[in-house]
Design a protein around this ligand. Structure first.
Ligand code: SAM
Length: 275
């Protein structure tokens, strides 16, 4: 029989956030695959758990996955952990998960801490619809392109960022997205946990010392609603002219007006029949 792969969440700061199930699984598996074995060893020592550790980090994901798959196929149970939080979320693991699916090896999640979920629930922003982006590209122009792509999203936007880049990233965000309403969730579950709220410029003033770990949350834009409201306040003739100025033909204009006003195309067509 094959072994199972357990994806075990570990604390993101406060060690009390380890779950009873995570402790049991870490105690029972044959091997623990860890992003940084020295880091995980500290947690295991704290929990009094002694297990063989194998390092599994981004640069070696492919080769290490193949080694771990062999062990799973031979019946060993393996737990995958990252340095903090839920493995595979902006952390290594995607590769082994894919390979397990191919080989019909069972993958079992052991839920627990995840920085962005805890940042989101304290944000006060829309939690029904959100986009988790994680880390933006390191290259400045790729970073700007990514922000351009999501600029008009009305869903909450969630990012991870390294402490030493937080200031420059906020500056780029302000440039591309405008001085939007944001929350910086800092040091979640740790002694200096805080949620810094305000427009980007206000938050920038509040974080002279960008120390600690941060999740950046940006309130979704309501540009689309504002645009819809603007168009609906026009007369039908003005609405028509608005699209005419955008060089649309009559058929396209009628379709767009019907959509903006939640009317049938035929109703709008009848109105403009002699246009
Ligand atoms: N897998 C992790 C999770 O489940 O959240 C995320 C790992 S990712 C490599 C690390 C990033 O997560 C940090 O740069 C920071 O943006 C965020 N992060 C992790 N711990 C945090 C904490 N305690 N408070 C705020 N942000 C945290």
């Amino acid at each position: 029989m094959f072994g199972n792969l357990y994806l075990v969440a570990t604390p993101i700061g406060n060690l009390e956030d380890i779950t009873l199930r995570a402790i049991n699984v870490l105690n029972q598996v044959d091997i623990i695959a860890a992003e940084d074995t020295r880091h995980t060893l500290k947690l295991l020592n704290h929990l009094n758990i002694k297990k063989p550790l194998i390092s599994y980090y981004k640069e070696t994901e492919k080769i290490k996955s193949e080694i771990l798959i062999e062990k799973l196929l031979s019946g060993k149970n393996i737990a995958l952990v990252s340095d903090a939080g839920t493995p595979v979320i902006s952390d290594p693991g995607e590769e082994i998960v894919k390979q397990c699916i191919e080989k019909n090896i069972k993958i079992i999640p052991i839920p627990g801490a995840c920085a962005f979920i805890n940042a989101l629930i304290c944000s006060g922003f829309n939690t029904r619809e959100f986009i988790f982006i994680g880390f933006l590209p390191a290259n400045n122009s790729d970073k700007k392109n990514k922000l351009e792509e999501i600029k008009d999203e009305n869903k909450t936007l969630i990012f991870y960022e390294a402490p030493h880049k937080i200031k420059s990233t906020l500056e780029v965000m302000k440039e591309i997205l405008g001085d939007r309403n944001i929350v910086l969730a800092r040091e979640i579950t740790k002694i200096h946990e805080e949620f810094i709220r305000g427009h980007i410029s206000e938050v920038q003033e509040k974080i002279n010392e960008a120390r600690g770990e941060f999740v950046i949350l940006i309130e979704g834009t309501n540009n689309k609603n504002a645009q819809k409201e603007f168009l609906n306040n026009l007369s039908l003739e003005e609405h028509y002219k608005y699209y005419l100025n955008k060089n649309l033909d009559k058929k396209e204009i009628i379709k767009k007006i019907a959509k903006d006003r939640n009317k049938s195309k035929n109703e709008i067509y009848q109105y403009f029949i002699n246009y």
